[in-house]
Design a protein around this ligand. Structure first.
Ligand code: ACO
Length: 455
């Protein structure tokens, strides 16, 4: 039902303008510049041409079918625009305009929903920054133009934060399949979007910034039937935060404990922060499920090895301590330590790292690998990154934590580009592996609670 927001064959922008200061101009420009291949129609009450395209006075004047309409005109005129679009038979309307329930105009918002129901189209928003879907090169937002394609779908109830995340994910080399701003959720709900991404082959992980759900039971049911990891950044933990959420999008944030309990029941992973959400999402988007609990740390620095060990323990995860660790002796100088963390010492070069990585990959009772690195002159980080890319066989989870300067930063970017989750701290690498175990557990809970409900 919401497919037309992601796979439209044609898009009209109502409120498109030749004035770059206007949101309607920016949305049209993003659609054109990001490379959308469908038909695009600017709609403006007094212009005949905008950005080189013929402009129409109203949607109903467009001589061919229109799938998606993006509306960026003041709230008071939105109902008449929707009436006209409804008569035209459009499938989906995204209302960018603010000035509805969030400012006490629930009546005006209700009017939009009535019109949508009357004509049978779906309504996203109002009070949103738009929608982007990278597989179709669709960027119908007024956020940054460039969105890095990838496997993570981002749903945001906050406009400004969502826009900021569009830019941030780009610089952090995090690939997205989609970004959806849901705003006041007058019609299209979290459940609708979870259902769409559940079967969307371009999406492997769903991340949602949420202040409140409208229908808790429906949301839980949608999560339960979703086969993919869902990570939620739930704002409004504190009393004051909950009040702020209420005036932001006009919804009730509810008790935080209730949310936490409900998320756990249906295997939703709760992120501690936006950054935390993407640390986890990156790993969940790329890595296979661990076959068991035995984790191996390979490091050239005792210090980061200890930090990672602490972090694993704090997260309740096990380091492998079996007899096969002796195999690592071959990959280190005499004074190295093959106890887990496997310390191949500050003398380690890329060759030693690759030997150690191969050993960890070969031993069946080692289930997941955290490869840690402190920048040294004897081990060039970029060379190391290339070695890891060549050697990693993608059969068990591997995360990389690298600490160092500019070259190390480039190495991290290179690994991420190649689909190997890499981070600039051992703690983030640990959290990334933790996410895989949380999801393994969450998936079981989801299956169990699903079968309990159906029996
Ligand atoms: N049909 C066609 N065109 C129309 C119509 C109509 N019925 N009514 C107005 N227009 C034209 C206008 O003439 C104008 O074109 P022009 O520049 O050529 O004159 C264009 O459409 C836009 O209309 P304006 O009246 O100029 O409205 P403006 O662009 O100033 O504001 C907007 C519209 C952006 C929707 C504003 O009302 C609004 O709601 N802003 C907030 C958006 C927002 O923040 N969304 C929330 C999430 S994002 C976040 O939180 C960061």
């Amino acid at each position: 039902m919401v497919r037309a927001f992601f796979y439209p064959e044609s898009v009209a922008v109502v409120g498109a303008s030749s004035n770059p200061q206007k949101i309607g101009y920016q949305i049209l420009k993003n659609i054109l510049d990001y490379g959308y291949r469908g038909k695009v129609f600017p709609v403006n009450i007094h212009e005949d041409e905008i950005l080189g395209l013929h402009a129409y006075r109203r949607v109903s004047d467009i001589p061919v079918p229109v799938d998606l309409v993006v509306v960026a005109v003041p709230a008071a005129v939105v109902p008449e625009v929707l009436e006209d679009a409804g008569k035209k038979g459009v499938k989906a309307v995204a209302v960018i305009s603010s000035g509805f329930k969030e400012v006490g105009r629930a009546d005006l918002e209700e009017r939009l929903v009535e019109i949508a129901r009357k004509y049978g189209f779906r309504l996203l928003g109002p009070n949103i920054f738009g929608v982007a879907y990278t597989p179709n090169r669709l960027n119908a937002t007024f956020g940054p133009r460039d969105v890095r394609p990838g496997k993570i779908a981002l749903i945001s109830q906050s406009g400004a934060l969502g826009i900021a995340l569009m830019g941030w994910t780009q610089t952090e080399e995090i690939g997205l399949s989609s970004i959806v701003s849901v705003g006041n959720k007058a019609d299209v709900s979290d459940e609708d979007l979870l259902d769409f991404f559940a079967t969307d082959d371009n999406t492997r992980v769903i991340v949602e910034y949420m202040e409140a759900v409208k229908d808790g039971r429906a949301f839980m049911d949608a999560a339960r039937r979703n086969p993919k990891p869902i990570i939620v950044i739930k704002a409004g933990r504190s009393k004051r935060g909950a009040q702020a959420a209420s005036s932001h999008t006009g919804s009730l944030a509810g008790s935080d404990l209730v949310y936490s309990g409900a998320f756990k029941q249906v295997g939703i992973i709760r992120a501690e922060s936006v950054r935390d959400a993407f640390v986890m999402a990156r790993a969940l988007a790329e890595l296979p499920e661990p076959a068991g609990d035995n984790i191996v740390i390979i490091t050239n620095g005792g210090g980061i090895g200890v930090l990672a060990t602490d972090a694993f323990e704090a997260r309740g995860l096990d380091l492998y301590s079996g007899p096969d660790l002796v195999a690592f002796k071959k990959a280190m100088p005499d004074f190295g330590s093959f106890k887990n963390p496997v310390d191949i010492t500050g003398m380690a070069d890329p060759v030693m790292y690759m030997d150690a990585l191969r050993i960890a990959q070969e031993h069946e009772n080692m289930h997941a690998i955290a490869l840690l690195y402190c920048e040294t002159a004897v081990c060039d980080p970029e060379e190391l990154a290339e070695g890891i890319i060549r050697t990693y066989n993608h059969k068990k989870p591997l995360v990389v934590g690298m600490v160092g300067g500019e070259k190390t930063e480039r190495a991290i970017a290179r690994l991420n580009e190649a689909g190997i989750p890499a981070y600039d701290s051992p703690e983030d690498a640990v959290r990334a592996l933790h996410a895989l175990y949380l999801w393994k557990e969450g998936k079981k809970k989801r299956q169990m609670s699903g079968s309990m409900r159906s029996s």
